[in-house]
Structures are given as C-alpha cells and as structure tokens.
Design a protein around this ligand. Structure first.
Ligand SMILES: *[C@@H]1O[C@H](CO)[C@@H](O)[C@H](O)[C@H]1NC(C)=O
Ligand SMILES: *[C@@H]1O[C@H](CO)[C@@H](O)[C@H](O)[C@H]1NC(C)=O
Ligand SMILES: *[C@@H]1O[C@H](CO)[C@@H](O)[C@H](O)[C@H]1NC(C)=O
Ligand SMILES: *[C@@H]1O[C@H](CO)[C@@H](O)[C@H](O)[C@H]1NC(C)=O
Ligand SMILES: *[C@@H]1O[C@H](CO)[C@@H](O)[C@H](O)[C@H]1NC(C)=O
Ligand SMILES: *[C@@H]1O[C@H](CO)[C@@H](O)[C@H](O)[C@H]1NC(C)=O
Length: 219
C-alpha cells in the first residue's frame, strides 16, 4: 500500500513536471523570425556609409536599395539598414551583431555611437561577459538589436518593420511625418511605448526596395 501510494506520488510529480514543461513551451514567444527588418541609423557626424556597412555587415549597394533619397551630406539624417530578424532563444525577435571593440570603447559608446541607440547599455551588459569597466580592445562583442515581423492581430497589411530609436524632440507626429505611417497605426503597433520620451525603440511599418509596404507573411 505504502509503495503504491509512493508510486502515485511519483506519477503525480511526473505529471506536474510534464505540465510545467508544456506550459513553459507554450510560453515560447516566437518560433521563427522573418527574412529581414530595417534598422533606422541616425548618422552621427563622422559616420559614413562605409562605416555603417561594416557595423551591420551589409554591402553599401544593398543598403542604398532601402534609401531612395540618400543625400550627399547625410550627417544627422537617418539611413535604413536591412538585417535579418531572428527568433532569439524562442523568446524575442532580434539579431545579434558582432562588433569588434575599438580603443576606449565602453558599452555606452557602442550603444549610443556605433549602434546609434539601436541597443542599450543594459542590453549590452546582459549579452556580454565583460564588466562595463573592463572591455578589452579588439575583441568581439555581442550587440543585440530588437526587431519586429508584424502582428496579425493588428494588421495583415504590414510585414516589414523598421526598428526606430526615438530621439529627443521626436514625438508621435514627427515620426508619423518622417515615416509616412499614420500616427494611429504607430500607436497600435507600439502599445506601451512613450513617443514623447525621446528615447527607446519603436517599430514602424516600412517600405521594401520597390517602395511598397510588403504584407504580413502568415506562417
Ligand atoms: C568613414 O568613417 C570612418 C569612421 O568614422 C572613418 O575612419 C573614415 O575615414 C570615413 N571615410 C570617409 C571616406 O569619409
Ligand atoms: C553635422 O550635424 C551636426 C548637428 O546637426 C552639426 O553640428 C555639424 O556641424 C554637422 N557637421 C557637418 C560636417 O556637416
Ligand atoms: C543616442 O542617444 C544619446 C542620448 O540621447 C544622444 O546623445 C546620441 O546623440 C544618440 N546617438 C545618435 C547616433 O543619435
Ligand atoms: C529588446 O527586447 C527585449 C525582450 O523583449 C527587452 O528586454 C529589451 O529591453 C529590448 N531592448 C531594447 C533596447 O529595447
Ligand atoms: C556572446 O554570446 C554568446 C552566445 O550567448 C556567448 O557564448 C559569448 O560568450 C558572448 N560574447 C561575449 C563577449 O560575452
Ligand atoms: C512620456 O515621456 C515624457 C517625457 O519624458 C513624460 O513627461 C511623460 O509623463 C511620459 N508619459 C507617460 C504616459 O509615461
């Protein structure tokens, strides 16, 4: 009797364990990514297309396809850079770039300059082993940039998204004008984002090489 009862407890325990596993699995937030997303890179003084091309590991002509109106002087403008949008750890959509540290780099310079606020110091500290004060020169660093593949509950008309770091002074209407996407749609896709905060990422429906908004690919 006692042995049976114990066996029962084991079975219950096993069932509970399986239940835990299943519920954990059900919590996987993404299964696959999408072909690509765009990164909105605010060009700081001294950065140029060659530099951006190296940072993102993307050829200049490929980048130019998404930027119809690259001016001769793009200091202070935004350049759209394509990158593959992956499902990382079954948890969220993003891409991990490898950046080689330069002399005097800190997580701050990497986040705010090299990657133009497409990532943050907190995020860099989490995906790298180095203490923020002890980053060696000329070593590879993980730089994770978030992305979006769309949301079928919002609209099936949009399947390409730009990861857009807000800058001080860029409010909702500014982003709407800048990107040509209605403000209402921006809000729906970015519930919980504060468009007046002057920082943080928002995800903006974007146009492909042909200038069209590609629809959501249902998987
Ligand atoms: C591009 O930017 C890099 C990094 O700031 C700089 O070293 C390089 O000289 C620049 N190239 C041109 C052609 O301006
Ligand atoms: C680049 O833009 C900044 C900010 O608008 C400005 O202060 C700076 O003079 C510009 N530099 C060049 C070389 O145009
Ligand atoms: C990143 O954000 C910081 C803080 O707002 C700002 O000073 C910096 O100019 C931004 N970097 C770029 C490339 O826009
Ligand atoms: C990217 O997404 C992760 C997971 O949702 C989040 O924890 C992180 O803060 C995001 N990073 C940025 C820079 O917004
Ligand atoms: C980058 O991420 C990989 C995978 O998580 C990890 O093995 C590696 O140690 C990380 N690199 C650094 C510099 O922390
Ligand atoms: C959004 O950010 C602005 C500027 O930081 C702040 O004044 C405002 O209270 C924030 N709004 C919300 C809803 O958090």
């Amino acid at each position: 009797m006692i042995i049976l009862a114990e066996g029962n407890i084991h079975i219950k325990f096993l069932a509970f364990y399986v239940f835990l596993l299943l519920s954990f699995k059900a919590k996987a937030k993404c299964k696959t990514g999408c072909n690509f997303a765009l990164a909105s890179y605010h060009v700081w003084e001294g950065a140029n297309l060659t530099y951006i091309s190296n940072i993102f590991g993307q050829q200049v002509p490929e980048i130019l396809q998404y930027n119809r109106q690259v001016l001769r002087d793009y200091n202070g403008t935004r350049i759209k850079v394509p990158f593959s949008c992956d499902c990382l750890n079954g948890d969220f959509l993003g891409h991990t770039f490898t950046y080689i540290t330069q002399h005097d780099d800190t997580y701050n310079t990497i986040a705010e300059n090299a990657f133009a606020n497409l990532t943050t110091v907190e995020w860099l500290s989490r995906v790298n082993v180095y203490a923020p004060t002890q980053i060696p020169d000329k070593v590879p660093i993980n730089v994770t940039v978030n992305c979006s593949c769309g949301n079928r509950h919002v609209s099936k008309d949009y399947g390409l998204f730009e990861t857009y770091p807000l800058r001080p002074g860029e409010d909702l209407s500014f982003v709407a004008v800048e990107t040509g996407v209605p403000a209402g749609l921006l809000v729906t896709y970015n519930r919980g984002s504060n468009f007046s905060s002057g920082n943080g990422l928002v995800f903006v429906p974007a146009r492909d090489q042909n200038g069209n908004f590609p629809p959501l690919k249902l998987r």
